[in-house]
Design a binder for this molecule. Structure first.
Ligand code: NAP
Length: 255
């Protein structure tokens, strides 16, 4: 028996990186999964690679989480094609890093649009189902950058906003059988952090090595570290936990 047998999970930005690792882990534990990502072909290809258990299904759905029409259509399709929705993971993310004096209005709006408006729209669409069935799990991706990070005024503000959003969901939706929590990852080796290395004109392996050395556990994180945490927080074993943000960062924020 898997923890997610008979459950349907909708995971945004899950064609690759952390989102794909979460999709993989929930599929291994029995879930049917909707892989929602900007590019429907990439989402469908990723859905085809999930290690589904018997009777589970997966679908790839193209949607921009910052557009309400896309979001409503994506949730409706997931519910129709997979038979419901029990878990929502708001993982889609982008960075548009720059020092404040060089940051453009577009850099600000794009980052807020994906992380904050995207999580708001997806959650609003999903909660209608969750409240009606008195069951739902919401997981939002924050970041250690919520605590402040040079060159990330937009991303940092969005990721701390995600934490406030999560706490409020905990308060509003708790009485309806819905849990909402967040994970704040530290350095996780994905294309997002590879892009940061490129921006800093550093070799990817060297960037990872230096980032790992700065951590108490002396390594960088991997998408599977976040997936294991997600699989716990979205399970019934975590039903007394809500509104929380768990830092999964190898101790980076301790030092
Ligand atoms: P990633 O490898 O860049 O993957 C992000 C995914 O989100 C991509 O597939 C991307 O699609 C998709 N996406 C972007 N904008 C979207 C939109 N408007 N609608 C739907 N999908 C969209 O990133 P990651 O490293 O896995 O990060 C996943 C989450 O964890 C993000 O929220 C990120 O902020 C957070 N996080 C990451 C780290 C880290 O160290 N990696 C640390 C802390 C927090 P395209 O490929 O088409 O752009």
């Amino acid at each position: 028996m898997g923890r997610y047998d008979g459950r349907v999970a909708v995971i945004t930005g899950s064609a690759r990186g952390i989102g794909f690792a979460i999709a993989t882990r929930l599929a291994e534990e029995g879930a049917s999964v909707a892989v929602v990502d900007l590019d429907e072909a990439a989402a469908t290809e990723a859905a085809g690679r999930l290690p589904l258990t018997e009777g589970a299904r997966a679908v790839g759905i193209g949607a921009d989480v910052s557009r309400s029409a896309d979001v409503d259509a994506a949730i409706a399709r997931a519910v129709e094609e997979l038979g419901g929705i029990h878990v929502l993971v708001n993982n889609a993310g982008i960075t548009r890093d720059n020092l404040l004096f060089k940051m453009t209005e577009d850099d600000w709006d794009l980052v807020m649009g994906v992380h904050l408006k995207g999580a708001f729209l997806m959650t609003k669409a999903a909660q209608a189902h969750f409240v009606a069935q008195k069951y739902g799990k919401i997981l939002n991706l924050s970041s250690v950058s919520a605590l402040g990070n040079r060159g990330q005024a937009n991303y940092s503000a969005a990721k701390m906003g995600v934490q406030g959003f999560t706490r409020t969901l905990g308060i509003e939706l708790g009485p309806y059988g819905v849990n909402a929590n967040a994970i704040a990852p530290g350095f996780i080796a994905t294309e997002m952090t590879d892009a940061t290395a490129a921006r800093l004109k550093m070799d990817v392996e060297e960037f990872r090595r230096l980032s790992g050395e700065a951590n108490p556990v002396r390594r960088v994180g991997f998408p599977e570290d976040i997936a294991a945490t997600a699989a716990f927080l979205c399970s019934d074993e975590a039903s007394y936990i809500t509104g929380q943000t768990l830092y999964v960062d190898g101790g980076a924020t301790l030092v």
